[in-house]
Design a protein around this ligand. Structure first.
Ligand code: DC
Length: 234
């Protein structure tokens, strides 16, 4: 089947909007593949840090990224055969991902890999530029968002429930941990929205889904309904 005929649902939005959870559930319901494009930038942030390559060095980051062997297998994120699923989920790697993601050369280096993950019977792809740049002809585009406060609360609860490295957890019991997450999210939003290359923005033909007052199940069900509708109109 040509890539043009493989159905793609894109779910873009800011950090901690819940798009990862929602996208995985939509993919599972439809039996589609799932692309967590943020994980790619997190892997690059992790691998470059391990090799003492500065996140700000656009050329070195992009060149090094081309040498990486990346694979997703069930819950595992494999970098050169090593599972780094937990290591890339820290706040530090989220920040690093946002910094390296601003480099146009890196975004170009990761393009083919993202297109190659689009396979039958279909794909649900989440990120920042899925609907605008990577899959502009997607069958359905969703822009999933929530207020900064709601997203910070969700991230805070997520961190508390996760078995993360000490550096990330050391503040979570402190009074200001919610504040620091809020500040971090605000900075990351600004960096993702204001960069020159593929900034976070809503595609013109995307549907806005605000989840402040929606449960995960309601968001998933809305997207599945929209997908059914989109099939009837194509
Ligand atoms: O979705 P996430 O929090 O795992 O993404 C981490 C960072 O990666 C995010 O701050 C911006 C970047 N990113 C991107 O630029 N483009 C994507 N398609 C996905 C993520």
């Amino acid at each position: 089947m040509s890539a043009d005929f493989i159905p793609v649902i894109t779910i873009d939005g800011p950090s901690a909007s819940g798009k990862g959870t929602v996208a995985q559930l939509v993919a599972a319901q439809l039996g589609f593949h799932y692309l967590d494009s943020g994980a790619l930038y997190r892997i690059v942030a992790f691998a470059t840090q391990q090799n003492n390559i500065a996140w700000s060095n656009a050329e070195a980051v992009a060149e090094y990224a081309k040498t990486l062997n990346i694979a997703f297998e069930n819950e595992q994120v494999l970098l050169n055969g090593q599972n780094i699923a937990n290591e890339i989920r820290t706040e530090e790697m989220g920040k690093g991902a946002s910094i390296v993601a601003a480099h146009a050369a890196l975004r170009a280096a990761l393009l083919d890999m993202q297109h190659d993950l689009c396979k039958t019977p279909g794909l649900v792809a989440d990120g920042r530029d899925m609907g605008t740049v990577i899959f502009p002809h997607a069958s359905l585009k969703i822009f999933l968002t929530a207020s900064t406060q709601t997203r910070a609360e969700r991230r805070y609860k997520q961190l508390l429930g996760k078995n993360l490295p000490a550096d990330d957890l050391k503040n979570t019991g402190a009074k200001n941990s919610y504040q620091s997450i809020l500040q971090d999210l605000t900075e990351r939003d600004a960096r993702d929205q204001n960069r020159a290359s593929a900034p976070l923005c809503m595609a013109q033909d995307a549907i806005l889904l605000e989840t402040d007052h929606l449960s995960i199940a309601q968001a998933v069900s809305f997207i599945l309904q929209q997908y059914e509708k989109s099939k009837k109109t194509t």
